[in-house]
Write a protein that binds this ligand. Sequence first.
Ligand SMILES: CC(C)(COP(=O)(O)OP(=O)(O)OC[C@H]1O[C@@H](n2cnc3c(N)ncnc32)[C@H](O)[C@@H]1OP(=O)(O)O)[C@@H](O)C(=O)NCCC(=O)NCCS
Length: 247
Amino acid sequence: MSFANRFKQGWRPAPLEAPTPSANEVVVWRVALETVSVKDATVLAVDERERAERLKIPAVRLAFIQGRLFLRRMLGRTLGRDPGSLQFASEGNGKPTLPAAPLAFNLSHSGGVAALAIAKVGPVGIDVEELRGDRDLVGLASRYFAPLEYAALLRLPSAQRTLGFYSCWTRKEAFIKALGEGLSHPLDAFEVSLDPSAPAAFLSIGGKQADDSPWRLFSIDFGERYAGALVAPRQVERLSCFTLETI
Ligand SMILES: CC(C)(COP(=O)(O)OP(=O)(O)OC[C@H]1O[C@@H](n2cnc3c(N)ncnc32)[C@H](O)[C@@H]1OP(=O)(O)O)[C@@H](O)C(=O)NCCC(=O)NCCS
């Protein structure tokens, strides 16, 4: 298994000033969405406000607004810019980018937690998922996972299946989010490790051994109710992870 992530990341309190990531580093921020203030939601762009209005479920709408406020405020702090001045462009499958800024970034939220990865060298993809044992995880895995991953899931003791499923799922999502392709990228066209007790790693990409892959896969520990993963260019060696009490 190559490109194994033997890195054990810890969360540190947020520093007063948002650091600029170095070339071999990804800065990861996490926050509880309920602590994201919606006071100055006017910093959102017109298209963001229109999208929020189209979200009919209040909790989903609020999570979208808080996610975008978190994104704008942290990018603003990192760049020394007003959050409302940031003009996002969208890649073909909806990945927001900042064409005028020398930063790559990616946002994810699930179950009340939001995570943002910011890097100088990109692209990056991050995914956090709340563990849910109330879904037919084996059925979903048989549909979406590569055969090798599905077999690895079935080999896990049943007590580890939920975490195994979501470990695999977040690793796969983080990769397609790094690529920016969303679910248009076939999920069985690459293979990742799944056993929660084993390091996060690509096993193959596009039918080839992942040894020469330009990508690196990290597992991120968001606490026992969650699974999380990050994909970044191979030269990234360090994650600096910070918890915000509020933003
Ligand atoms: C949109 C997608 C890229 C991620 O979706 P997700 O895991 O539901 O959502 P996350 O919270 O991790 O990420 C959403 C954020 O990623 C970013 N994003 C959107 N499109 C993206 C893309 N194509 N590539 C990378 N990032 C993207 C945006 O910042 C978005 O935030 P926004 O809602 O404020 O615009 C896509 O992979 C998807 O639709 N996934 C569906 C997952 C699914 O069906 N899961 C079933 C599990 S069994």
